[in-house]
Design a protein around this ligand. Sequence first.
Ligand code: 5GP
Length: 191
Amino acid sequence: MSNRKGVIIAVSAPSGTGKTTIVKKILEEFPDLVFSISATTRQKRDNEIEGVDYFFITENEFKKKIDNGEFVEWEKFYDYYYGTYKSFIEGNIDKGKSVIVEIDVNGALSLKKIYPKSILIFIYPPSFEELKNRLKKRNTEDEADYKKRIERAKMELSLKPKFDYLIENKDLEKALLETKNLIGKIINQGE
Ligand code: 5GP
């Protein structure tokens, strides 16, 4: 049996950039890749499934998990908490399974500090205007949340140079293909 550890691949993007769609397609393409299911205190959206997209927990539960050291990283993002389970990440990479983590920019940079071999991918919109339009169309947030996401997106875009790989999502099919080729290379490296 190989002792090779799995790779941690973090995918970040401002909200509304198509990151979730891309990650879902990537998981279909690479059945051995596992998705790190984060915990969050935000409300579940209608199209989401508990224990598949996230573990939806209360703020009290989340804070207990912080105190117990259950998260490898966590962030307070808008008014909600989001965290990556340490046991999930380490359990998988120790078995040689690569893990994909859909995470905000600060979380990705924290992961890189803890696991320097992790690979950070940033998906970015063709323009800021386009991002605003996409977020408006998605319509999953109320007006106050929408404004916070726009402000946040500006900060996130400024951190783009810190990422290992950059993918522009101007055309979804093209962005998908690029991401697929990149992840294929990352997973096969060292085999
Ligand atoms: P959303 O509410 O749209 O699902 O996610 C909001 C942001 O939180 C996204 O950028 C998403 O990638 C990020 N996120 C999801 N899970 C985690 C996590 O475990 N840690 C961190 N730091 N960010 C996360």
